[in-house]
Design a protein. Sequence first.
Length: 265
Amino acid sequence: MPPRCKILFLAANPTDVPQRLLDEEARAIDLALRQAQHRDDFELVQHWSVRTRDLQELLLRHRPEVVHFSGQGGPAGEIVLQEADGTARVAPPALIDEVLGVTRSSLPTPDVVNKLAENSVLGSVLAAGLRSVIAEPRITETALRQALEHAGRTAVHRTEHYLTALGTIASAAPLLGLFGTIVGMIEIFGAQAPSGGTDPQQLAHGISVALYNTAFGLIVAIPSLMFYRYFRTRVDYFQLTMELAAERLVPHLMRFAVRGGPVAP
């Protein structure tokens, strides 16, 4: 029995854009497949409220022959997925369109591939797929996907390289400020004389130490947290762009793969 054609239906309807009747579209697709003559040859898998972090996992889990996205689109032809809070996120496909145009009729030369790899992080991922097909003309789709996945992981690691340090600073700065506050409070209690009196100068010094350390901790933590959240969003955006670009590149490059046939006697 031949394998069934798996159709992956992905839907996203962010709350901060005009809403669409995605359930009606899904119902129409399901009805059309069930009424088709070869309905048993198709398998429809649906996933709703797809977020940026879900996309790669869904594609790798199901490995569909057809991906149908239902939802919002941007003015440049990009698709719009959801954030965790339901808002929209856009993935522009400019670089992948250029690569598909250059490789429309033939594979590029190694010099062109090297320039693509040096172009950007996304370019390095796309170049990894091109190098795999050039190096092994009989490459299988699974091997090509693995090469792109490996390059994607390396690229994501590069983009996240300094985020860990920035996040650590944002988390540790308030704790260091709290530590300074405790030191100041120790000095305040140390201002208490055994006879029951207090040293106003030492008391004021302890209060100033506590407040200064709290302020310095917050001064460091607040901007660090803001920059961390900003760059974390940018990294997620780049990751989504790479995933979508790689998924578009695989069937395009498989056209150049040599199909192995039976050996003639």
